[in-house]
Design a binder for this molecule. Structure first.
Ligand code: SAH
Ligand code: SF4
Length: 367
């Protein structure tokens, strides 16, 4: 199945940015532009440790060259268009304009024990899941690594500067659960993850364990990610334990079925030692039946114990959609059955749902 793609006309790539490059590539790029190679680390420290692209603050660079260096290697890639808050400011959705006017969203959430950013990896998405607002847009284009890292850098600066209630905080978690299918934009996503976890001046120095890549289940890409030596958490969006229903909810299931996706998830755990999350958006009378909870438990247990946990997500209704969340008692029974089978299960909160900032609601609308 070929996902619908709107990216037919030729597009201008985003301008070159330090965060697209590995440290050796940066040194080379600086040299090629006529600068000493060590400027790469100086710029890297300002950007990844200082969280700034403002040349005025780069006082260790020659005054005559600061502006040019920032301009050439740290160009503005994402510009805030609008920010909407919920939960008394502790959830903030930002609409960003990219260099070509394309729009994406990210959501910053402060919890008592952590601050999490939900980032976009593509503008729109080509996977066509019918219950997801992003899926209804189709794919506009992939984001570059630096366009993803910029979302993280700006959120980390906001949190540090006390934009969230409760005072300054440290951005601790990044989840690839915004717009797009991260593993359909593999190179840029892995590049962004490396920039997020490598210590300054190479990257932001966040813990790989606190980075979650959520996928619809692109099996070859899951196996490839398992071999990157990046112990990020993998979330597999399953939503149904049987191929008949899953193929309706997640059309890519026609290529990679339930069993194949779960086998890849299990291999991912073996390779990385990271427990995998199974995402299951509970939809009333669609996939919330007790027998489906039992079947899900059987499929997971058939692959061993202790390698997986389940995150049921109450469906966030999207405009005009015929899907709604399960009734409370039905959700409770679904969870209870999984737990009784010995599978750790935690219902995901729906932070931001009232500002269309929750999972599956991002559509980057104007207005
Ligand atoms: N494309 C990736 C990551 C982005 S979506 C993926 O599908 O995994 C992040 C999560 O939100 C996925 O588990 C997705 O299935 C879920 N989701 C999509 N639409 C939703 C909705 N309307 N309500 C609740 N969860 C939804
Ligand atoms: Fe794309 Fe994920 Fe939405 Fe499916 S659920 S359309 S893969 S963003």
């Amino acid at each position: 199945m070929t996902p619908e793609s709107g990216a037919v006309r030729a597009r201008r790539r985003p301008p070159q940015h330090l965060a697209d490059l590995t440290p050796p590539e940066r040194a080379e790029a600086l040299r090629a532009a006529g600068h000493p190679a060590y400027r790469a680390d100086q710029l890297g420290r300002h950007y990844f440790a200082g969280l700034t692209r403002d040349p005025e603050r780069m006082t260790d660079l020659p005054a005559t060259e600061r502006a040019r260096l920032a301009d050439e290697f740290l160009p503005e890639l994402v510009t805030p268009v609008r920010e909407i808050q919920a939960d008394r400011g502790s959830t903030r959705k930002t609409l960003w304009a990219l260099h070509d006017g394309v729009r994406v969203e990210s959501v910053l959430m402060r919890y008592p024990d952590r601050t999490t950013l939900c980032v976009s990896s593509q503008a729109g998405c080509g996977m066509g899941c019918p219950f997801c607002a992003t899926g209804q847009l189709g794919l506009t284009r992939n984001l570059s690594a630096a366009e993803i890292v910029e979302q993280v850098r700006l959120a980390a600066a906001e949190a540090r500067d006390g934009a969230l209630p409760g005072g300054p905080s440290r951005l601790s978690n990044v989840v690839f659960m915004g717009m797009g299918e991260p593993l359909a934009n593999y190179g840029a996503v892995v590049g962004a993850v490396r920039r997020i976890v490598e210590p300054p001046p190479a990257g932001l120095g966040m813990s790989a364990r606190n980075v979650t890549v959520s996928t619809v289940g692109l099996v070859p890409a899951i196996d490839r990610l398992a071999g990157e030596g990046l112990p990020v958490t993998l979330a597999l969006s399953l939503h149904a334990p049987d191929d008949e229903l899953r193929s309706e909810l997640v059309p890519v299931n026609l290529r990679f079925g339930v069993e194949a996706a779960l086998d890849a998830a299990r291999r991912y755990c073996d390779a990385t030692g990271r427990r995998v999350s199974i995402e299951y958006a509970l939809m009333r009378d669609i996939n919330d039946h007790a027998w489906r909870a039992d079947l899900l438990a059987d499929l997971l247990l058939a692959r061993g114990r202790g390698w997986v946990h389940v995150n049921p997500i109450p469906l966030n209704p999207t405009p005009g959609s015929r899907w709604t969340a399960s009734e409370a008692a039905v959700e409770a029974e679904f969870v209870a059955r999984l737990r009784r089978a010995g599978i750790p299960t935690t219902v995901r909160d729906t932070r931001g749902a009232d500002i269309d900032g929750a999972c599956g609601q991002l559509a980057a609308e104007e207005g």
